[in-house]
Design a protein around this ligand. Structure first.
Ligand SMILES: *Cc1c(COP(=O)(O)O)cnc(C)c1O
Length: 304
């Protein structure tokens, strides 16, 4: 048994018609914690528990924190999540629902993270949201499942925040012998830290995050994601917040699933028939999900 579930792989009729190619969806939004993060974080938590960890600490008020809280509850390991004052009431509520101890500290994520680090004792494991080989290894299971269904797409479309999902997906492509299947890495403008890193050839720190897609808001991507960009065909694409929000709303109407704009960013490529998809017969979109945005919030952002 793993903590994550094997998610459905479905063909999307509406998206295929709009994009003009076969669009398949890997529905990570259906993971019990609401996003793909449970794959890697579940694997990391199980590994750290086996190595003797007696508490998990996270500094994410987003889907990473939720995945740690979920994993801890199932593994019967206490979880402490340190979050900044700016974290939404919705995120706090979801963390409390998973029985995590929530500590509100500092005005920014940096301060919350520094405090979380200061709490770390000998029996605690810090669970990073994207930069840990255990995470990538767990995320890679997503591609194993696609391969075992007998579907080999011409490209994989996925969203990039800190690059953990990308690193895991490409690891999965390689361990299934799909070295020639390109990844299309999507970010929103204002959170394009992977785009900047690929341009520079090394991780670059963004001065600030100005996108509403907070789950993509890592100021700097992990080294591994940039390393993969030199070892594997990866195309970097940046879409607007408006495109991501509109894709989230349309996806709710078409597939009855509410996903964060962080996930809408990837869906926008199909909804807007992006030139990046030209010449591709079959694509797979990783519907990474996300539990922290309500429909009211998505509509309010879209009106801004
Ligand atoms: C974390 C997250 C991402 C980005 O994943 P990284 O591993 O940080 O690149 C994208 N979408 C959702 C919904 C997320 O929770």
């Amino acid at each position: 048994m793993t903590l994550h579930i094997k998610t459905p792989l479905v063909a999307s009729r509406p998206l295929s018609v709009i994009a003009g190619c076969s669009v398949w969806l890997k529905l990570e939004a259906l993971q019990p914690s609401g996003s793909f993060k449970l794959r890697g974080i579940g694997h990391a938590c199980e590994t750290y528990l086996a190595q003797g960890a007696r508490r998990f600490i996270s500094s994410s008020g987003g889907n990473a924190g939720l995945a740690v809280a979920y994993a801890g509850r199932l593994l019967k390991v206490p979880v402490t999540v340190v979050i900044p004052e700016t974290t939404t009431a919705r995120a706090k509520e979801l963390l409390c629902l998973e029985n995590a101890e929530v500590v509100v500290h500092g005005a920014s994520w940096q301060e919350a993270n520094d405090f979380a680090q200061s709490l770390l004792g000998a029996e605690d494991a810090f669970i990073h949201p994207f930069d840990d080989p255990l995470l990538w290894h767990g995320h890679a299971s997503l591609i194993d499942e696609v391969a075992s269904c007998g579907l080999k797409p011409n490209a994989i479309v996925l969203s990039v925040g800190g690059g953990g999902l990308l690193s895991g997906v490409v690891e999965g492509l390689h361990r299934n012998g799909w070295n020639n299947v390109p990844a299309i890495a999507v970010e929103t403008a204002g959170a394009e830290s992977f785009h900047e890193a690929v341009t520079a050839g090394h991780p670059v720190e963004l001065a600030r995050i100005s996108s509403i897609a907070t789950s993509l808001g890592a100021k700097r991507v992990c080294e591994k994601a940039v390393w993969w960009s030199k070892e594997h065909p990866i195309r970097s694409v940046v879409v607007s917040d408006q495109s991501a929000l509109s894709a989230s709303e349309r996806f709710l109407a078409d597939h009855r699933l509410l996903v964060e704009p962080a996930c809408g960013a990837s869906l926008a490529l199909a909804y807007e028939k992006s030139p990046e998809l030209e010449g591709l017969d079959t694509i797979l979109i990783v519907v990474c999900g996300g539990a922290t945005a309500t429909l009211d919030q998505i509509r309010a952002w879209a009106r801004q």
